[in-house]
Write a protein that binds this ligand. Structure first.
Ligand code: PNS
Length: 159
């Protein structure tokens, strides 16, 4: 039987850290659905369509699907037949929020297991918000994001 995992997030934009977790997930999942959240609390830099497109361009793997979702994550996971939710844990600061979210998701859908993955050492302190912040001021982010994302950031900030 095929094992499907869902990797949810805002992906505003996708970074090398996300790409790393996608590759690691493919070590134990046959199919990975990257789930781009419609409802991000703050105003995103990239539109939903742009965020989806950037992930598709950065991760051209037939085992990886990119879909947007609105509403509850566990409902989306059930719709796509996923038994796993993937989240990255970078630092202690992530832990509290992630723990609460995993427990709430288990409460809502006990059959779905949350799996926390540790990113590559050199990507541990990478986040979309830091990438946005430094790219805004013209910093070189070529080591942090896929070239297609780098181009998109340049266009966004008119550099
Ligand atoms: O990349 P992010 O912003 O940390 O991703 C957070 C996300 C989108 C995974 C989370 O907010 C989410 O799952 N939202 C969907 C709504 C939902 O199911 N909330 C209950 C989880 S406790």
């Amino acid at each position: 039987m095929k094992r499907t995992a869902v990797y949810p997030g805002s992906f505003d934009p996708v970074t090398r850290g996300h790409e790393d977790l996608i590759q690691r997930s493919l070590g134990f999942a046959d199919r990975l659905v990257v789930a781009v959240a419609v409802n991000v609390v703050k105003q995103p830099l990239f539109t939903l369509e742009e965020r989806v497109r950037l992930i598709r361009d950065a991760v051209p793997d037939p085992r990886v699907e990119v879909q947007s979702f609105d509403g509850l994550l566990v409902q989306f996971a059930q719709q796509v037949g996923a038994s796993l939710i993937i989240r990255g844990l970078r630092a202690v600061s992530d832990f509290d929020y992630e723990f609460q979210m995993a427990l709430m998701n288990r409460n809502l859908a006990p059959e779905i297991e949350t799996v926390f993955l540790v990113p590559a050492f050199d990507l541990t302190y990478l986040s979309s918000s830091l990438v946005r912040e430094v790219a805004r001021f013209g910093a070189d982010v070529s080591a942090l994001v896929h070239p297609t994302v780098q181009q998109a950031l340049k266009r966004k900030f008119g550099k």
